[in-house]
Design a protein around this ligand. Structure first.
Ligand code: ADP
Ligand code: MG
Length: 255
């Protein structure tokens, strides 16, 4: 269960992601009501919870796509709300994959993967293409580099989006319901890619309704409801014997 105060693992290393007493309010609507949690380097943390519980807001606060109202977000020990922080540098270490794939529709797959590498990372075209091809191969789409997004299935588009994020060589990846927009038969390929990434040791925070993935791949499962972390723990234990009534009620609807 969660620890209070700054978290140090047994090796003394700082967590990849640490959130302390995070609050987020939109007007009078307090969406996050004091969230504490951490993701250690190499860990896969899955976040579940009902619609509207604040999962996306939390994920978006982690790379400051949303401005927290109060509290702290530390990325590899650096407080990203510090006005002195180089936000672009922090963000470049965090890959993000959304429910909607957000590919550039007017660019082919290879261009989708090389654009930010060149403009943000300053890579040469040859280097960017090499990195892109390596990551396309990783997601099983080496033969689709000339395709345009509209000519790919949703599952292929999401795998391109993952390859695009990986091409920036991030230290960690955030996923916000990456398979929720997909036809059921396309979900497995995307989850398989994410599982491979986890096996490679990627640090991952995954908002998902895929309980099988959470159980099999997750090191930790966090259940959110009403803007708070209600319960967290080893996925198989939380899923099979949740201790809180709210977790039990949610799981009885989705399992
Ligand atoms: P989840 O991802 O768990 O479904 P969200 O984080 O998207 O939940 O939303 C939590 C709550 O915050 C919802 O009540 C939603 O209406 C509200 N909310 C999210 N984004 C905004 C925004 N930009 N402005 C106002 N309210 C928002
Ligand atoms: Mg959401």
């Amino acid at each position: 269960m969660r620890s209070d105060g700054p978290h140090l693992d047994t090796s003394g290393a700082v967590p990849a992601i640490e959130v302390r007493d995070l609050h987020k309010r939109y007007g009078s609507n307090e969406v996050l009501k004091g969230i504490d949690f951490h993701v250690d380097a190499g860990q896969v943390v899955c976040v579940i919870g009902p619609s509207g519980s604040g999962k996306s807001t939390l994920l978006r606060c982690v790379n400051r796509l949303e401005e927290p109202t109060s509290g702290e977000v530390l990325i590899e020990g650096v407080d990203i709300c510090d006005p002195e922080v180089d936000l672009d540098a922090v963000r470049s270490r965090i890959g993000m994959v959304f429910q909607q794939f957000n590919l550039f529709p007017h660019l082919d797959v290879l261009k989708n993967l090389t654009l930010a590498q060149r403009s943000v990372r300053g890579r040469s075209k040859a280097e960017a293409v090499e990195v892109a091809r390596r990551n396309l191969a990783k997601v099983g789409l080496a033969d689709r580099e000339s395709a345009y997004p509209a000519h790919l299935s949703g599952g292929q588009q999401q795998r391109v989006a993952i390859a695009r994020a990986l091409s920036m060589e991030p230290d960690m990846m955030l996923f916000d319901e990456p398979t929720s927009a997909l036809d059921p038969e396309l979900v497995g390929d995307v989850l398989a890619v994410m599982k491979d990434l986890a096996s490679d040791g990627m640090t991952m925070m995954v908002v998902t309704h895929e309980m099988g993935f959470a159980r099999e791949v997750g090191d930790k499962l966090v259940f959110m409801d009403g803007g708070v972390v209600v319960e967290e723990g080893v996925p198989s234990e939380v899923l099979s014997s949740p201790t809180h009534e709210r977790t039990q009620a949610f799981l009885s609807k989705v399992l």
